[in-house]
Design a protein around this ligand. Structure first.
Ligand SMILES: C[S@@+](CC[C@H](N)C(=O)[O-])C[C@H]1O[C@@H](n2cnc3c(N)ncnc32)[C@H](O)[C@@H]1O
Length: 295
């Protein structure tokens, strides 16, 4: 059947279906905020001009807010190049990503062959499909690379992992349409965010117990120096009149870094932990620049 030339019909086709599913994160990410959304939503500013999420990870808050505020300009970024190129491909060439995903099979030897590929050498759609496939079929949905940057998560045991969730990927692609997605350090948000914008920071967390790990220098890691730099960026943005919200673990160091700002505690049920005994509830803080104490 040919395309209708009647503009009204064309418009009807393009309009989002009333009962189109809401997008959910299509990658499982350590520190994902899906289970915290209910506690975090009441802490959001009443309104904002533009949305920034510079540690985007699984983008749980972004996808949730996108459904409610589809027209607000949004800027997502992350230092993980695989993650960023995956979002770009899902936004710009979802059909090709779906074709590439359709070629994958859930089988151990196959998984390790895909894992061994060099992602930067793959065409963009195949590269994104590889990230989604490994994320959904690898152990615990972790993203972990070794010192040379090679993804090294072992094969995961699942009954029937859904790595080609067409409906949700389409919803995510629509949600990402028109959104800026960039590879870069969180500090670049300083070059962009203006008064009235909203910035949500969800950095790698300060460790709750293993303080020795935290002080150790990890190349490319997020240690004490980066946490202090982030607190400095938070303060600069707050001074500018940007609405800033940040998640982190509830530790004396974090409370000291953000002293003077409003701090609320939320409780996360952590499931990405290989030690079942450590899967209890964890206290996290949500720091806000706009909640009255000091802006
Ligand atoms: C806790 S996760 C974010 C979780 C996310 N909010 C969600 O709901 O899934 C932290 C993210 O920060 C990114 N990251 C680490 N260091 C960074 C840096 N210096 N600048 C920007 N992103 C960074 C990691 O790649 C990771 O995706």
């Amino acid at each position: 059947m040919g395309r209708s030339t009647n503009p009204a019909v064309a418009l009807e086709r393009e309009a989002p279906c009333q009962d189109a599913p809401a997008p959910r994160p299509f990658l499982k990410w350590v520190g994902g905020k899906t289970k915290l959304l209910e506690q975090m939503t009441p802490l959001l500013p009443a309104s904002w001009n533009r949305y920034f999420e510079p540690f985007v990870g699984g983008a749980a808050l972004f996808f949730d807010q996108r459904t409610r505020r589809p027209d607000v300009p949004a800027f997502l970024s992350d230092v993980n190049a695989e993650l960023v190129s995956c979002y770009v491909a899902v936004r710009d060439e979802l059909d090709a990503v779906l074709v590439a995903l359709g070629k994958h099979v859930y089988e151990s030897d196959y998984y390790y062959a895909v894992r061994a590929q060099k992602p930067a050498e793959l065409p963009s759609a195949a590269r994104a499909a590889r990230t989604i496939f490994l994320n959904k079929t690898g152990y615990n949905g972790l993203y972990r690379v070794n010192r040379s940057g090679q993804f090294n998560v072992p094969f995961g045991r699942f009954t029937k992992p859904l790595f080609r969730d067409v409906e949700n990927l389409r919803a995510c692609s629509r949600a990402l349409s028109g959104v800026s997605i960039e590879h870069g350090d969180f500090s670049t948000v300083l070059e962009r965010a203006k008064k009235g914008d909203f910035v949500y920071f969800d950095p790698p967390y300060v460790p709750v117990s293993a303080t020795s790990d935290f002080t150790a220098y990890i190349p490319g890691g997020f240690g004490e120096v980066e946490q202090r730099k982030l607190a400095d960026v938070f303060r600069k943005l707050a001074k500018r009149g940007v609405h800033v919200m940040l998640s982190n673990s509830d530790t004396p160091f974090v409370r000291e870094l953000y002293e003077g700002f409003a701090v609320d505690v939320v409780y996360a049920a952590r499931s990405v932990n290989s030690n079942a005994a450590r899967r209890g509830k964890l206290a996290e803080v949500v720091v806000r620049s706009y909640a009255g104490k000091r802006a």
